[in-house]
Design a protein around this ligand. Structure first.
Ligand SMILES: [Cu+2]
Length: 504
């Protein structure tokens, strides 16, 4: 310890800076006297962590400034128009620590899982008690297209379990499948007997039987529950388990969305997903295929979090969001310290991984939000069956006469190549026989889609959805008013700048 006593102020500053970050350094320098801060009290330099009974998320260290905006200069970043902020490394670079509209120190906003229900609970003997049933599910991937999969409580994915750090959680789990199963809580640090791995930690639960999973939750983050039987996982058996801190992380978000990505193979003229094949032709976000995925709607200027979970059997998804730069703020392991956040517009979500990101919704409009794998950007795709598209030409003939290649034909448009009930078109699902006018109305008439361009759905297929950023007056019309809105009216108002603009 003598060495510490002899350190110069510069050494001290460097050590403190390295150990506790720049914010601690600034506070240390601003401390009025040794009473407020001594080297031995600095984070990272004490032998023992300070005693605390509160969950970590409830308070920020006294030695780091609170990025609530009150003592920050965000003037070079606008929450109302695309802007750089900067320089890189600063708190306002790409809006990194720009707070939302919501104040710091409050409980988090509830998570929104478009197209999915939340699971209710009752307080029973000091625990939040949820009842979860493993069930066969008929899930409507597109309007009128029901696919037979498996899930929970009649839903694919299952209903969302939303809990808080510090909760005692009890999941009374009923098996209503025609075969044995068990429940695994992915990423939760629970007692081993609660881990749900068949054989290794528990016996499989037979049909009609119940098993109770119970644990104390000390974590926060984007977790999920799923069957730990491989072919059941491939039939879709998963659901969100969102663990909030008691007090929202700083900077607080105004919206918190969660999307789960899944793939299935459904053979021609069948409705039952075949979990043994790897030729995925149906793709779902929260159990819907684009354009039946319900758009996410945010107000212009809000800070928005989106949580992505990939529960596909075999495929990774590079998820791309247009018109904004977001910060990767969490993984399936929980919150990333803000010093390690990464700016992106496309983030690769591997199988059974989660990626949380945040951004300031400062660019109004209807923004596509999609997996960038081309085979995941369409519905109901299969390999082409039948002759090649240049009739009566061998590869040899093609190579011998490259200047006289016959024009390609769209063989799939010819009736002889049509497979009943199995459209092979890779685009233009609007022309699909499955997509009746009534179906189309169910896509277009959702509240969340009001005022989007007339043919918006022609560009939103498979693992695609839309995140709308609406200025206040337009948000109110779309979400909180029943006044008629023409197709394209809201989009045009934004594209032509016809809305009340913020000065920011
Ligand atoms: Cu994908």
């Amino acid at each position: 310890m003598k060495k510490n006593e002899k350190t110069t102020r510069r050494d001290f500053i460097e050590k403190v800076s390295a150990a506790a970050g720049f914010g601690a350094l600034m506070n240390a320098m601003a401390a009025p006297d040794a009473n407020a801060m001594s080297p031995m009290q600095m984070p990272g330099m004490t032998a023992d962590p300070p005693p605390t009974t509160k969950p970590q998320a409830q308070k920020r260290s006294k030695t780091t400034p609170t990025p609530t905006g009150s003592n920050k200069d965000f003037s070079s970043f606008s929450r109302y128009k695309p802007s750089y902020g900067g320089p890189p490394g600063s708190d306002h670079y790409c809006g990194k620590l720009m707070p939302g509209i919501r104040k710091s120190g409050l409980a988090p906003v509830p998570v929104e899982t478009p197209d999915l229900e939340k699971l209710d609970y009752k307080m029973v003997r000091g625990a939040k008690e949820f009842h979860l049933r493993a069930t066969p599910v008929k899930r409507e991937f597109l309007p009128g297209t029901f696919i037979d999969v498996w899930g929970y409580n009649g839903s694919l994915p299952g209903p969302t379990i939303e809990v808080f750090q510090g909760d005692r959680v009890r999941i009374v789990f009923h098996n209503e499948l025609p075969e044995n199963t068990s429940l695994h809580l992915h990423g939760i640090e629970l007692p081993v007997a609660m881990d749900g791995v068949p054989g290794l930690v528990q016996d499989l639960i037979p049909p009609g039987k119940t098993f109770v999973y119970e644990f104390d939750l000390h974590q926060t983050g984007t977790f999920f529950y799923h069957s730990h039987v491989a072919m059941q996982e491939a039939m879709g058996m998963a659901g969100f388990l969102i663990a909030h801190p008691r007090v929202a992380f700083d900077p607080p978000v105004d919206r918190d969305f969660a999307l789960m990505y899944q793939n299935f193979f459904v053979p021609p003229n069948a409705s039952i997903a075949d979990s043994s094949l790897m030729d995925w032709n149906w793709h779902t976000i929260n159990g819907r295929s684009g354009p039946f995925t319900t758009p996410m709607v945010a107000r212009h200027g809000e800070r928005v979090r989106v949580r992505l979970v990939n529960f596909s059997p075999m495929q990774h998804h590079p998820i791309h969001f247009h018109g904004h730069t977001f910060w990767l703020t969490g993984t399936e392991g929980g919150r990333i310290p803000d010093s390690a956040w990464i700016p992106r517009n496309n983030t690769l979500v591997g199988v059974a991984m989660a990626q949380d990101f945040e951004f300031i919704a400062n660019n109004p409009g209807d923004w596509i939000f999609h997996c960038h794998m081309v085979h995941h950007m369409m519905n109901h795709m299969v390999r082409q069956i039948g002759p090649r598209i240049r009739p009566a030409h061998s590869a040899q003939a093609y190579q011998n006469q490259p200047l006289h290649v016959p024009p390609p034909q769209n063989a799939l448009s010819q009736p002889e190549f049509a497979v009943p009930g199995y459209p092979q078109e890779m685009q233009g699902m609007m022309n699909s026989p499955e997509m009746t006018m009534e179906s189309m109305m169910r896509v277009m008439m959702k509240r969340e889609a009001r005022g989007m361009r007339k043919h918006w759905a022609t560009g939103v297929h498979g693992l695609m959805t839309v995140l709308r950023v609406l200025p206040d007056e337009l948000y109110e019309r779309v979400m909180n008013s029943n006044a008629h809105i023409e197709p394209g009216e809201i989009f045009d108002a934004i594209a032509q700048g016809r809305y009340n603009k913020h000065s920011g």
